[in-house]
Design a protein around this ligand. Sequence first.
Ligand SMILES: [Zn+2]
Ligand SMILES: [Zn+2]
Length: 85
Amino acid sequence: MYDVVRVECEVTCPECGNREWVTMEPDHSPYVLVCDQCLNTTAPTNGECCMFCAYGTSQCLPRQKAIRVLQEQSEQLEISIQAAA
Ligand SMILES: [Zn+2]
Ligand SMILES: [Zn+2]
């Protein structure tokens, strides 16, 4: 089901710049980034839903899935518009 989405995400600590690879869960994303190096905990400040979206190289799986659903819906909408024309 998640074959085309990325399940590994590289997150960067905003405090010390340390990068680490974190495996993403399909239905749960940690909100707070806990850095292994400086041991700071950092919560997203810009309204992002989790630390992957805020500090990672890719967005979290629930969000990637939501984006895919939106894309599929808009494609279906285009098809129905073309069929109606
Ligand atoms: Zn750090
Ligand atoms: Zn997220």
